[in-house]
Design a protein around this ligand. Structure first.
Ligand SMILES: [Zn+2]
Length: 73
């Protein structure tokens, strides 16, 4: 289960789907519902370090984002 985006609790359960078919989750800590957003996923340390190295090579942010398949943000 993904972490709750509000309180980062891992006490989350599947709670049906939204109209676009995305999985909806319910945070059991605060009762908050959220939808997993693949464009806003946590970037792991390895990818972060890779991006840092690429930035040092003066590669554009957009190019890096495409290369490592993460959003520019
Ligand atoms: Zn929560």
């Amino acid at each position: 289960m993904p972490c709750c985006p509000s309180c980062t609790s891992k006490q989350t359960v599947k709670n049906g789907h939204i109209h676009t078919g995305k999985q909806r989750y319910l945070c059991r800590t605060y009762g908050r519902q959220f939808v997993e957003d693949p464009t806003n996923k946590i970037i792991d340390t390895e990818t972060r370090e890779l991006v840092d190295r690429l930035l040092l090579e003066r590669i554009s942010m957009a190019g890096i984002a495409r290369a490592v398949q993460v959003s520019e943000q």
